[in-house]
Design a protein around this ligand. Structure first.
Ligand code: ARG
Ligand code: ZN
Length: 878
């Protein structure tokens, strides 16, 4: 029986290795059946390493064929090799070359870590610990070395041979084989190594950097998909230009290659000069990709490109520092999308995503800080907390220091740490130095988990024209962190007067206020504003200036006032959402709503729709009704997802029925007659149409037919898929027929098949789980492909709470059985799906016990992977 701490790795145990790797020469001989890897590692002891200190190299599932030092084969007693590594008992106490040979079988590598084959193409994924599945190595991010890579392969199946860096050499190798040599002059950790070999099509372009260097750009893909890569190429060029303009960062190699593959464990990977992408984040055509897909492609292409500076040139010392590169790079891609698209709408999207995914993680059994201090399985820490909350922390730094101060810090970071494997502490230090400030308390955001709750109370004295605002923070305990000290919380704010404009004040006391920014750094602060002629309505956390939950204490009337007048578009949106969420939560908890409140909300929505100063994309967000998980989060405990679903349906009907005619007319007037373009104006218009349709289908009897018609007449995937998804989510009379049509209409396209799977998993009828079992059991279901599995199962656990948490436990059991099977093939995918169970603690008692029972029986399965065990045990402990 394993104990809880058996595999736990702690941040406090970090120590450099006694040996370092000076350079790496790899030689891959690829044949259809096997790949032979010969590695020549130039190694030397670090200063201070005692002679006779063993050298321990990582290995995972590989076996050693031959071993030599400086050309001389080693005797058996000189080393020990097994599945988990290779130990040199007494390596030379000087610089030496270790040569090893191993034989790989990429064809049977179903974990998709290391070297594997996806639809005939050989490719690699090494982050975080995949390189040790290719050769014995010091597989950790603080070991940096230049790599030279020779690849020999059959020309017929692998005319394209790629690795990191620049191409040095290429030629014939006899017997139908050919070879290439790539060299990457930038020392890099092994997790950034990549190799691709296959028969691929490609598109080519170039970019001239700000210093005038020409960089050759290429995207490789399955033959026939070339034209679907054009949007990704365009996104790449815009990303390169943006990083120069916004951060002064130029690309450094002569080539930048991207390869799209069909089997990939996550979105994409920033390997130096050779990014490898999940093909769903590259391919786009109006007929097969939605506006949302276009936006994701742009974002992820940018994200991986931006890693070249924040991740590759400056990397992490150890995997605890993951958010050093990920949080920062998400911040950069969010800023890029904001500059390329609508900033307020981007912010709303990003915050919605944070609230829907990260807040539940932070408030549940899997909570951890952006920089954790322990892990059993690092793959389970590529989380929304590390990525999205990590980005929010960087954003708060920018808010507190101001744009210029932030840029000064970033410049110093790039200057000082280029070529380093570094830490969060070093990152914080550059901002302290560049700005002459102290950020010790601020750093808690990196080391403490949990979402702070901020409560606002106010008090206005007309006689003295004094307004007092008290802000109090509190954070609930999280696993391993029972006590919480106060965070430094930047509160961007305004005080809005009766005429709807921001008011000024003659003096403020009681705390730190700089322009429109309050810094809340204690448990509680009371600010006294003088010279306030009327009682204001406070607008707090403008632009969502900190990742907290706000209890504003504002009533519906004041919130609707903000929704109409706030100069901050984010808070206008948020005010409308708060009003709906309150009413919905009340209804779900069995209290009757006040029709007057619904009428007022309806009027506010209509006013928003009629406001000529707002753009369509913003209106689409503003009229959206919080979904079931938003409501559940607001209720927080003893959640009954059925009651929520029912209350939500009734609420939307009450809200929409009286304005259905108006909405329908608007829906009709927004039809687009020009050819499809993924640009802002069409995208905004389509999103508003979709939002209207959503309201009409859920809340009126004319909606279902409108959706059916939109589905039938749609000229692009965005509209057709929206019509399908809305029909299925509301389980309209046409839903089943539309699903059937969609399935056959696009039968050849696997990425569209994923959309069908996602939509299918959203159905609300009692037959759903049986249908999903049938889909999974079909002999031709691609059961080793992560996209397919995540589309069906991931979307079910995350987006269909009422069905997943069914009282009869069939949803829980279905997922546990699927996870058991998937775990044998691909543990990372299995563990990710299992995280859906993190909602258990917030469910009402009966569902909670049914879910626990399902997890307990999963726990009794033999041979579960460490990935799955780790998630399972953390959820059960919570
Ligand atoms: N570094 C990649 C990115 O965010 C993702 C790698 C994910 N790795 C993992 N084991 N989940 O750009
Ligand atoms: Zn990343």
């Amino acid at each position: 029986m394993r104990t809880d701490t058996e595999h736990t790795i702690f941040l406090r145990d970090y120590a450099p290795t006694p040996y370092r790797i000076i350079s790496v020469d790899l030689d891959f001989k690829i044949t259809e059946e096997t790949t032979r890897v010969r590695a020549q590692l130039t190694i030397e002891p670090r200063d201070g390493t005692e002679p006779g200190t063993p050298l321990v190299l990582d290995g995972d599932g590989i076996s050693l064929d031959s071993i030599a030092i400086d050309g001389a084969p080693l005797v058996l007693a000189a080393y020990a090799a097994d599945e988990n590594g290779l130990t040199l008992v007494e390596p030379p106490h000087r610089r030496f070359v270790l040569e090893t040979e191993v034989l790989l079988r990429p064809e049977t590598n179903s974990k998709l870590m290391g070297l594997y084959r996806s639809s005939g193409t050989w490719c690699t994924q090494c982050e975080p610990e995949g390189f040790r599945r290719i050769t014995y190595y010091l597989d950790r991010p603080d070991i940096l070395a230049p790599f030279k890579v020779r690849i020999t392969a059959p020309k017929s199946v692998a005319p394209v041979l790629l690795s990191n860096g620049n191409l040095l050499e290429a030629g014939e190798a006899g017997d139908g084989m050919h070879y290439v040599v790539w060299e990457d002059p930038f020392p890099k950790p092994a997790y950034l190594f990549a190799l691709v070999a296959g028969d691929l099509g490609s598109i080519h372009d170039s970019f001239t950097t700000m210093s005038g260097r020409k960089v050759d750009l290429a995207i490789y893909c399955t033959h026939g998909k070339e034209s679907e890569c054009l949007y990704a190429m365009d996104s790449l060029k815009r990303s390169m230009a943006w990083d120069e303009k916004r951060f002064g960062r130029e690309y450094d190699l002569d080539v930048f290659n991207i390869v799209a593959v069909s089997d990939f464990n996550f979105g994409a990977m920033e390997n130096k000069g050779l990014n490898i992408f999940n093909d769903k984040l590259v391919f786009a055509s109006p007929e097969t990709a939605s506006d949302a897909n276009y936006a994701s492609i742009e974002r992820v292409i940018a994200h991986e490109y931006f890693h070249n500076w924040t991740g590759n040139r400056i990397t992490c010392r150890d995997w605890f520092q993951l958010c050093l590169k990920e949080g920062l790079t998400v911040y950069r891609d969010q800023e890029f999308s904001s500059d390329e698209r609508s900033r307020p709408v981007q912010r709303i999207h990003d915050v919605e995503n944070l609230r829907v995914t990260q807040f539940p993680e932070d408030g549940g059994p899997l909570a951890h800080p952006p920089r954790p201090d322990r892990y059993r399985e690092i793959n389970n820490f590529y989380t929304t907390t590390v990525y999205q909350k990590g980005s929010e922390v960087v954003r708060m730094l920018a808010t507190i220091l101001g744009e210029e101060g932030f840029r000064k810090g970033m410049d110093l970071y790039f200057d000082r740490h280029d070529g380093d494997a570094t830490t969060i502490e070093a990152f914080i230090a550059v901002f302290e130095e560049a700005n002459g400030v102290e950020l010790g308390q601020f750093s808690r955001w990196y080391t403490e988990a949990g979402t702070p709750e901020v409560t606002a109370t106010e008090d206005y004295d007309a006689a003295t024209q004094t307004y007092r605002l008290t802000l109090t923070q509190k954070t609930n305990p999280t696993p391993n962190q029972p006590e919480k000290a106060p965070f430094v919380i930047p509160v961007r704010f305004g005080l809005i007067g009766p005429n709807g404009s921001d008011m000024g004040w003659s003096a403020v006391s009681g705390g730190t206020v700089k322009d429109d920014l309050i810094i809340l750094d204690q448990d509680s602060v009371t600010l006294t504003f003088e010279g306030i002629a009327n009682k204001p309505v406070p607008s707090l956390f403008r632009g969502f200036s900190a990742p907290v939950k706000l209890h504003s204490g504002l009533g519906q009337e004041e919130l609707l006032f903000l929704a109409r007048h706030d100069v901050d578009p984010f808070n206008r949106w948020d005010a409308l959402q708060s009003v709906s969420t309150h009413l919905l939560a009340e209804a779900a908890e069995g209290r009757a709503w006040d029709n007057g409140n619904i009428d007022a909300l309806r009027q506010a929505l209509l006013d928003t729709l009629n406001d000529a100063n707002l753009d369509d994309a913003f209106k689409a967000q503003a009229i959206g009704i919080p979904d079931e998980t938003d409501i559940a989060r607001h209720i927080g405990r003893d959640v009954d997802p059925d009651a929520i679903a029912q209350a939500r349906a009734a609420f939307i009907t009450a809200l929409v029925a009286p304005m259905a005619g108006t909405l329908e007319a608007l829906f009709a007037s927004l039809a687009i007659h020009e050819a499809y373009s993924p640009g802002a104006s069409q995208t905004g218009r389509r999103s508003l149409r979709t939002a209207l349709l959503s309201l009409l289908v859920a809340g009126s009897d004319i909606g279902a037919a409108l959706a059916e018609r939109l589905y039938a007449n749609a000229g692009n995937m965005t509209e057709r898929y929206a019509a399908l998804a809305i029909s299925v989510r509301n389980w309209t009379p046409d839903a089943q027929a539309l699903l059937g049509d969609f399935r056959t209409r696009y039968s050849g396209d696997l990425l569209v098949f994923d959309k069908w799977l996602v939509a299918s998993a959203q159905a609300k009828d009692d037959g759903l789980i049986e249908r999903m079992r049938t889909i999974l059991a079909a002999p031709d279901f691609p059961r080793t492909n992560p996209n397919r599995l995540r589309s069906l199962l991931g979307s079910f656990v995350m987006n269909n709470p009422a069905q997943f948490t069914r009282l009869d436990a069939s949803g829980f059991r279905f997922i546990c059985e699927a996870v058991t099977e998937i775990d044998k093939v691909n543990p990372q995918v299995a563990a990710r799906i299992l995280t859906g169970f993190r909602i258990l603690p917030m469910l009402e008692q009966r569902r909670r016990s049914a879910g626990r029972a399902a997890l307990e029986s999963l726990k009794n399965q033999d041979g579960l992977s460490r990935n799955t065990q780790d998630i399972l045990e953390r959820i059960l402990a919570g």
